[in-house]
Design a protein around this ligand. Structure first.
Ligand code: SF4
Length: 755
């Protein structure tokens, strides 16, 4: 599982000079975020990008981390790059596909047999290409990364939205789509819009029931689910230095809920203690040698308003524990106001289930604090009123807390320990309920609580709080109970109150584990065979897409003229389709099924120009493909907004759509289309959208002279012989035009590898 010491040394060797150059170029002191970003600019970008406000910039991240669901397509694509090994240290973590039903051992065995082909593929492809593989049961991606790979001043991308967890150890860690991960593993630069900066100054010191979770619950209430969009949140101040590294991780992890690009804390004594406690003394020594660069400049923190776009101040001494929800993580209630909110809003007061753990809150400190409450259920003769589950974040934590007796404490009050995996947090939860139509309440220490997230039931009101608050509520079974002030009647009929939770940051006897669940890759992977069953419905090796034929494209049919919003979810729906995410042909059966057809206002019903009949979009496109006829998709404004999903670009490419012509694109989707060798075009005159009729055929003209900044033309051949010729714009640079000509960016990389 070795962290890459050489890589860390290289980062630190350029940290000082990049910081110095940036200070000189900008003429001002720097935030920590800027120091890390400037250190990770590619050589080319560093020549000219020491300015805030520049647009998209190329970065060279140090690491890639992938969870098992998103890793499948990222790695199938990477195989196309023709490289013998990944270009940067990378890991795969099997955490998302394990369903919580009975308990850790049984659930894990079931998952291993149900997902065998996926795990076999991920294990073998990792083995072959130099990727560390964390087996099912090893833990949740972000907890495992924090324990093993995160390092102060580093930059990582991960194919999961809670990748920012590593910010707790001072890393700029950003969640991305599989196509970006593939690029970085293939040695390409990674492009990011230079973010805005939000500073959060933490003063005072927490005590009693308040924990790190309450900091982010409070911040979520202030900034809301959109307030962090396009920004990196940097925490600083004496309060920050008082938080454990894992507590900082909790805050950064849940920063994804405010839409932030990522969040980050500076390196301090707590970070050092955590590195040493997780057997990374060498990393701590290296970090100590450059520690003045692993925090923001003193002038910045003295006058944050001058250097951040927005500043928030929170006094930890006054911060109350919070409960957020239901249905959104930014509905923040201080505990003193929560009971009243429950009553006034008519939310179900009876708590049915409490769930602690997840990647957000499963550190040794979290478990010990929650266990100190659980222990009181026994010592104070309190009967546990609600169901209770515990999800350890990693085998390292699970083994250690079991050794130290804490899992026994939870089981003593009726808790069920689940596998070290995402489980209920991602909806992998076979919840036992007698009546799913009943409005009901659950409370978790996870991060997301949107409707249906945990159990698929729209009637479930999910609240979010710290593990210790969740544990207290589980015992009380009533959301109008305030664990800080109220009493409960115990089995002897006495009134008893909880003592404040007490936790231990790092295990006194050190962490321990028998089998962490790690598989190191082969030193020489050339002989390793990647395991994909040709009959599999979930996995399919990719074939390279065909190169451009060298001529204008003629006689293209209109597949669909999409009306209004067309997000990546309309283009490639999630839900049940996700089980096919490693099988391009099968998942292509969801292509554009959510888009609304302009001509009949219906979803997934378009005219097949070969038969004149209406049918589903994917089947219609397959008919064109079988007949050797290309097609185009026409769309409205901001086509492809939403989460970066490479399938939304790969599916049309796979099924033979040649161009997407829209009023405007969401930028990430436009880039994804270019990477796949598609034509992404915009109407020079948006009103030309109205000229597109259902029975038109199209010629795309000017491709032999395709050049940056030079518009192309589309000839619209209407039924009956009338023609319109319109200008269409594009944003392809010279490199991207080469991608188009080669049939996709990976075809170019493969060619370069062979040369
Ligand atoms: S535990 Fe939840 S938030 Fe964390 S990686 Fe898994 S699904 Fe995502």
């Amino acid at each position: 599982m070795a962290f890459d010491l050489e890589m860390i040394k290289q980062v630190y060797s350029r940290l000082g000079s990049r910081v110095e150059a940036a200070r000189k170029a900008t003429g001002k002191p720097l935030t920590l975020t800027e120091k890390i970003l400037y250190t990770h600019l590619t050589e080319g970008a560093a020549q000219h990008a020491y300015t805030r406000g520049v647009d998209y910039v190329d970065f060279a991240p140090d690491r890639v981390a992938m969870q098992d669901a998103t890793a499948q397509m990222a790695l199938l694509q990477f195989m196309q790059a023709g490289r013998p090994k990944v270009a940067v240290p990378s890991t795969v973590h099997c955490d998302h596909l394990i369903q919580a039903k009975i308990g850790a051992d049984t659930d894990l065995d079931t998952a291993k047999s149900q997902n065998k082909e996926v795990y076999d593929f991920l294990a073998s492809v990792s083995d072959k290409y130099g990727i560390g593989f964390w087996k099912p049961g090893a833990g949740i991606i972000h907890q495992v990364v924090l324990e093993n790979y995160a390092f102060p001043g580093g930059m990582m991308i991960g194919t999961d939205s809670h990748t920012p967890n590593a910010g707790g150890l001072g890393m700029v860690a950003i969640g991305v789509g599989g196509a970006d991960a593939c690029d970085v593993m293939a040695g390409l630069p990674w492009e990011l819009k230079f973010p805005k900066l939000i500073g959060v100054k933490l003063t005072g010191k927490m005590s009693g029931w308040t924990s790190a979770k309450d900091v982010i619950l409070k911040v979520a209430g202030i900034l809301t689910v959109k307030g962090g969009t396009g920004a990196i949140v940097e925490y600083f101040g004496e309060g920050a230095e008082s938080l454990s590294a894992t507590g900082k991780g909790t805050i950064c992890n849940m920063g994804a809920e405010i839409g932030a690009t990522t969040s980050v804390f500076g390196y301090d004594a707590k970070s050092e203690a955590y590195l040493r406690g997780t057997e990374r003394a060498e990393v701590a020594d290296l970090a100590n040698a450059v520690k003045e660069h692993l925090t923001g400049d003193a002038e910045v923190y003295a006058n944050p308003e001058q250097y951040f776009d927005q500043v928030i101040e929170i006094n930890l001494s006054e911060l109350e524990p919070h409960v957020n929800g239901p249905f959104t993580p930014d509905l923040a209630w201080p505990i003193s106001k929560f009971a009243q909110a429950v009553k006034e809003n008519g939310w179900p007061t009876k708590l049915e289930v409490g769930l602690i753990g997840s990647c957000t809150n499963s550190s040794y400190e979290d478990i010990t604090r929650a266990a100190s409450i659980a222990h009181q259920a026994v010592t104070k003769s309190l009967k546990t009123a609600a169901e209770f589950t515990i999800t350890p974040g990693s085998e390292l934590v699970r083994y250690t807390v079991e050794r130290d007796g804490y899992l026994g404490t939870f089981e003593g009050m009726g808790g069920v320990v689940l596998a070290n995996a995402c489980g209920p947090c991602i909806g992998q939860w076979a919840r036992h309920t007698d009546d799913p139509t009943r409005k009901n309440s659950i409370i978790t220490s996870f991060n997301r609580n949107f409707a249906k997230r945990q159990d698929g039931n729209p009637n479930t009101h999910a609240f979010v709080a710290s593990p210790e608050i969740v544990t207290a509520f589980v015992i009380a079974g009533d959301l109008t109970f305030n664990p800080l002030t109220d009493s409960l009647t115990n089995e002897k009929g006495e009134q008893v109150k909880f003592d404040e939770p007490k936790g231990i940051e790092l295990p006194v006897k050190g962490f321990a584990v028998e089998d962490a669940g790690y598989q190191a890759p082969a030193i020489d992977g050339s002989k390793v065979e990647v395991k994909v069953d040709p009959k599999s419905s979930r996995l399919q090796l990719l074939d390279p897409f065909a190169a451009w034929e060298g001529t204008d494209l003629k006689g293209l049919k209109l597949l669909i003229k999409a009306k209004g919003k067309c997000t990546t979810d309309h283009i490639s729906m999630a839900g049940p389709w996700l089980k096919f995410r490693g099988h391009l042909d099968n998942i292509s059966n969801n292509m554009l099924i959510g888009a609304i057809n302009y001509f009949n206002d219906k979803a997934d019903t378009v005219k097949n120009e070969l038969t004149g009949e209406y049918g589903p979009v994917p089947a219609t496109q397959r008919a064109y493909k079988a007949a050797g006829i290309g097609s185009i998709v026409v769309g409205d404004e901001n086509y492809g907004e939403g989460s970066s999903r490479e399938h939304a670009a790969m599916e049309p490419r796979h099924l033979g759509v040649r161009a997407i012509l829209v009023k405007s694109f969401a930028r990430i989707h436009e880039t994804n289309l270019k990477k796949q060798g598609m034509l992404a075009l915009t109407f020079a005159n948006p009103a030309d959208y109205d000229k597109i009729l259902e029975d038109d055929t199209f010629d795309i003209v000017g491709l032999t002279g395709f050049a940056p900044g030079k518009p192309l033309q589309v000839v619209i051949n209407h039924k009956g012989g009338l023609q319109d010729t319109i200008a269409v714009n594009h944003t392809y640079n010279a490199q991207q035009i080469e991608w188009f000509k080669a049939g996709g960016a990976l075809n170019i990389i493969r060619r370069q590898q062979k040369a």
